[in-house]
Design a protein around this ligand. Structure first.
Ligand SMILES: [Zn+2]
Length: 497
């Protein structure tokens, strides 16, 4: 039996039937990724397998270091082919790591390569893949078409001018490419120099003179409007944990002023400031009907020596074990109490928190939007077969799996689209196993729509991305917010109180 075959990961006849009949044909809505908008706008053509597959991939670097490969071949000065060879020699050692599955699934789906990657096959696979990369089918646009990606959302800083999204909106590309609003820099008052540099860029982007805290909020609100006008319907926050030590606007303004003067802000004050800002961002999202994403609990940059040598996001992060429940409950509740809780997707980095988060989301369902608060798909270290099963089982046992908005690649690479296929196989395998165990009925009227919805339909309805013909139609924005900027107005009222 070939390794990556038609029924890969599908253990039962029912699983195979469910996957091929219901999951496989669905299009992809990749609502959280880190693809470069510029690469998409310019329809990037990749020169070799290194460029599209290895550059910037910290999962692979971690495995290579684990395997005793020198840094020169991971992030260092070695040539692209030398780096590829070092990766190829590592692959056999990744057996039972998800990298082994991803590697061969990706080689098969992009290049039709069935051969196992190792030291012996490296040169052959390099040549064959590079030949295929020179064809139009494997440019950025070719890939989006091949994988039937209907829409994707990139991850963007509020100061970004979105010029590439603009040019894509006017292009003939069938995939809708929309921005997502990630304002993590707005919380970072504990590091005044980069914070002030970012505030300067924010002032320029919003064309607002940021003299005080109110104008800072106004500038952010204007960028939120700008993103909305460019089709953005999601925000995203990467946080160790939620912030719940809420403070008054006066207190937040005082902390902001200290950071603006370049003075160090204590971690307690940073936390209070961030709590205030997270409520502010919650209101902005709620006012416009956006979906908020919370990526909680990663413990980043744990190796200081490597951080100094190589910078962040180079493969020295792990799962954190900070307590999540109390602060998450307080944050969601604070927004809910003032009817400003947006649709929210919470991604969990620690599998020990799956049940915690799965029960938390049940507290804030509103009886209007199905699955208003979601447990996100297996994230980062949990984006693998076992992690996906844990997430699906937690959601099934404590919530409604049928309302799940499904998978995202969360990837920087154009080679990650088979992650959706992988997820769909895992999902259908679980359901097929249940059917054959007699635990759920073998009823296609029940299972078919559920599978289709989890693969695509739920996300499509839940996110309510702008229609193809009207991304960024200004009329929508005014209709959604007849009173201008209620988030800011409400805050100003609070300040006056
Ligand atoms: Zn992400």
């Amino acid at each position: 039996m070939k390794f990556i075959h038609e029924d890969f990961l599908l253990e039962t006849p029912t699983a195979r039937r469910l996957y091929h009949q219901f999951a496989e044909p669905e299009p992809i809505l990749d609502y959280h990724c880190h693809l470069s908008p510029r690469d998409i706008a310019e329809n990037r053509r990749f020169n070799d397998l290194f460029e599209i597959w290895l550059a910037g991939d910290h999962y692979k670097w971690r495995a290579m270091r684990f395997n005793g490969v020198a840094e020169r071949y991971c992030t260092g000065e070695a040539t692209p082919f030398e780096k590829f060879q070092a990766w190829a020699a590592t692959v056999p050692h990744t057996l039972r790591n998800p990298l082994y599955h991803w590697t061969h699934l990706e080689l098969k789906r992009y290049f039709g390569i069935d051969e196992q990657l190792n030291e012996q096959s490296a040169a052959r696979i390099w040549k064959k893949a590079n030949q295929r990369l020179a064809t139009p089918e494997l440019t950025a646009h070719g890939i989006l078409k091949r994988f039937n990606v209907v829409s994707l959302c990139t991850t963007d800083d509020p100061v970004d001018d979105l010029q590439h999204h603009q040019s894509l909106a006017g292009s003939t590309l069938a995939t809708r490419v929309l921005p997502a609003f990630r304002p993590d820099s707005a919380l970072a008052v504990h590091d005044p120099a980069p914070f002030n540099h970012w505030v300067k860029r924010l002032a320029q982007a919003a064309d607002v003179d940021i003299g005080d805290f109110a104008s800072f909020l106004e500038a952010l609100s204007l960028r939120h409007d700008y993103f909305h006008a460019h089709g953005c319907r999601l925000s995203d926050h990467g946080l160790d944990r939620c912030y719940a030590d809420f403070c008054s606007m006066k207190a937040a303004a005082a902390i902001f002023a200290r950071a603006r003067r370049g003075q160090a802000v204590s971690s307690e004050d940073q936390s209070r400031f961030a709590a205030f800002m997270m409520l502010f961002f919650g209101r902005l999202d709620s006012d416009k009907g956006w979906t908020k994403q919370l990526h909680l609990g990663a413990l980043r940059d744990n190796n200081q020596r490597r951080r100094q040598q190589l910078g962040p996001n180079t493969g020295f992060d792990s799962i954190g074990d900070a307590p999540q429940a109390t602060a998450l409950a307080a944050y969601l509740d604070a927004l809910d109490r003032e009817e400003s809780l947006p649709k929210t997707i919470i991604y969990c980095s620690n599998p020990a928190d799956n049940y915690v988060f799965a029960t938390m989301i049940g507290n804030f369902q509103d009886g209007a939007v199905p699955g208003k608060v979601q447990l996100g798909s297996g994230w980062w270290f949990l984006d693998q077969k076992e992690g996906m099963e844990w997430q699906l089982n937690a959601l099934s046992n404590l919530g409604l799996l049928s309302r799940f908005v499904g998978m995202v690649t969360d990837s920087r690479s154009f080679m990650s689209y088979p992650r959706h296929e992988y997820f769909r196989r895992v999902l259908c395998n679980l359901l097929g196993r249940d059917v054959e165990a007699g635990e759920i009925p073998e009823d296609d009227m029940l299972l078919g729509p559920m599978i289709r919805n989890i693969c695509y339909g739920n996300a499509q309805r839940y996110l309510a991305l702008p229609a193809d013909d009207a991304p960024g139609e200004p009329g929508q924005q005014t209709a959604a917010r007849p009173n201008g900027q209620p988030g800011v107005k409400r805050l100003k009222r609070k300040l006056e109180d």
